[in-house]
Design a protein around this ligand. Sequence first.
Ligand code: NAP
Ligand code: FER
Length: 336
Amino acid sequence: MRDSNREWVFAERPDGEPDMDSFELHESDVPEPEHGQVLVRVRYLSVDPYMRGRMRDAESYAEPWDVGDAMNGAVVGEVVESESDAYDTGDLVTGNGTWADYTVLDAGDVAPVDPTIADLPAYLGVLGMPGRTAYFGLLEVGEPNPGDTVVVSGAAGAVGSVVGQIAKLNGCRVVGSAGTDEKVEWVTDDLGFDAAINYRDVDDYRAALDDVAPDGVDVYFDNVGGPLTDAVFTKLNLDARVAVCGQIAHYNEEGVPTGPRKLPQLIAPRARVQGLLVSDFAPRFTEATEQLATWVASGDISHRETVVDGLENAPEAFLGLFSGDNIGKQVVGVSE
Ligand code: NAP
Ligand code: FER
């Protein structure tokens, strides 16, 4: 065990695109767990787009960080000291901790990790919050029917890659959008999407969609926003559902962007546009995680994680989300 702890602290609110100025690595003593807590040696930590929202001093679904707060998010690790009857030293667990070598978790808020089902990083992706978001967002908000055309933006990301595969399991035609040819090939060749577009290569989104979604769009699962969303709105079928999961293309904007501009397009198809928050489905998280674990074990759902090694590189991994550096779920490898 190390004799000191390193922990990333939120150092400065970004203005627009965040950079390294927002992060500072602090060194301190390894924390001690109190009654009902466990000390965890972090093996992998998660970086997620919603953390950009926490850097903003504004009311939102996720509480803003104060400057000086430890960076915080989902982690997977090994219990090295336990003050709880529920966990022993050596147990593998996941919960919400800090970007650190060692982090203290309340035993009541952690879940056990079974490495025989999937490798540890998967518990931050397909078997973690992003997988549950895909599951509930698609099934409960998107309400896919067999034969529907489902369009997914951010298709090669943690949420989008799972959304597309669940849609395929539900008998849909699935079209993805992602930012590199490698991502397009992954979702079509390995994940079974029927088609995908590299949005960075496209000038005319509407024409590109005409090619890959000739029968229009029944479900749009939006992780991104921006011009692709404008184009999808012009192709919605009768009774279409739009699940607004994320709008990462807008997270670094400071002003309020104009729009949405395509609302007239919703009238004729009587389309429903609905935002979603994964936390609303907390009472059903076990159902989702069990189903996702079953699909992973049977090979019905493939998953991939992009690992950036080293706690010192955690900010870089977070910033990479906004330039599309990740395929599948972005995680940081903290210790062996
Ligand atoms: P992710 O997709 O694994 O990573 C982010 C991806 O966004 C990048 O890889 C990049 O891929 C794409 N991107 C970044 N900037 C973009 C831009 N300007 N235009 C288009 N694409 C851009 O992240 P995730 O964890 O799965 O999250 C996906 C979305 O779901 C995010 O918007 C997130 O906020 C949202 N989310 C919502 C909930 C909820 O409860 N509502 C829960 C979890 C996640 P490309 O190479 O394709 O550009
Ligand atoms: C949550 C609700 C929403 C949560 C994350 C999100 C970590 C993510 C939202 C987003 O990325 O937009 O409870 O827990």
